[in-house]
Design a protein around this ligand. Sequence first.
Ligand SMILES: NC(=O)c1ccc[n+]([C@@H]2O[C@H](COP(=O)([O-])OP(=O)(O)OC[C@H]3O[C@@H](n4cnc5c(N)ncnc54)[C@H](OP(=O)(O)O)[C@@H]3O)[C@@H](O)[C@H]2O)c1
Length: 292
Amino acid sequence: MRALVTGAGGQLGRTLARVFATEEDVVPLARADLDLTDEAAVRAAIGETRPDVVLNCAAYNAVDGAEDDPVAALAVNAFGVRSLAHAAAGGDAVLVHYGTDFVFDGSATEPYREDDAVNPQSVYAMSKLLGEWFAESARHYVLRVESLFGGAVLEAGADGRRFGSSLDRIADALIDGREVRAFVDRVVSPSYVDDVAAATLALVRTGPAYGLYHCVGSGQATWYDVATELAERLGVEPDIRGIALGDLKLRAPRPRFCALSNRKLAAAGIEMPHWRDAVARYARIRRRMVRR
Ligand SMILES: NC(=O)c1ccc[n+]([C@@H]2O[C@H](COP(=O)([O-])OP(=O)(O)OC[C@H]3O[C@@H](n4cnc5c(N)ncnc54)[C@H](OP(=O)(O)O)[C@@H]3O)[C@@H](O)[C@H]2O)c1
């Protein structure tokens, strides 16, 4: 199987390229190699590399920035996916695209399932929802992920610093003994990029029905819970201050409750590890890096 990875410079893209490379033929294309907003370039890339599967990790992820620049967000998250889906369909490739929990409004009290009603509350969320819909013109898997962490570990220097995701930054602060501010009222299902990549590989290999799947760390937690668990696993004395969503003036609204249910993926034979297990594995890597 040949896999083409777009957005291969990002945290999930790097991880997918690494995980697929252990077993499959991989063509990783970072933004400098393939800009998703260039429709002709997208067509050419698929025509030249002739992949069996396209793993789309390219995205405009600046949630607040999208409020000020909706065109930029739509160009990548919606119309870029449309170009990719058309090109994948033309080249008879399967498209794997990654969606987000932000398509929900966060008013639920139980983990969202794939058939729950969406209600995006921000430009970013709307652009990602359009991307899900545009992906449907190819044979596709849309995997909704959330609160990704761990991918930047690959890029870390000897001191282990250079992290991008919220959890990576929390780990940095905990290790440095700095105060961490964490939401007590935002509930998520933190997703380790290694687990999402392993699930993606299993999915394209086993080939269950095409469509939409939630693919997150199992279970749910507030960011405060996650920071506390991480501190324990890192073996550090934490200084964690609980904050509420309302304490921050964020440009784009965040959904309050956004745990997702993996039940459909599990029914397809792919079990996602619990977020606590993922945090423990991640903390082991971070501890090793600190000791270096
Ligand atoms: N991170 C999360 O917590 C989270 C949550 C829910 C869903 N997701 C989704 O999961 C997927 C992977 O996210 P991630 O965290 O790995 O994102 P990431 O680290 O921000 O990586 C995204 C990559 O896309 C590239 N990119 C941006 N515009 C592009 C364009 N026009 N053409 C080609 N590449 C472009 C970026 O390049 P530059 O760095 O050069 O801009 C970056 O390397 C995305 O679909 C994202 O929306 C992520």
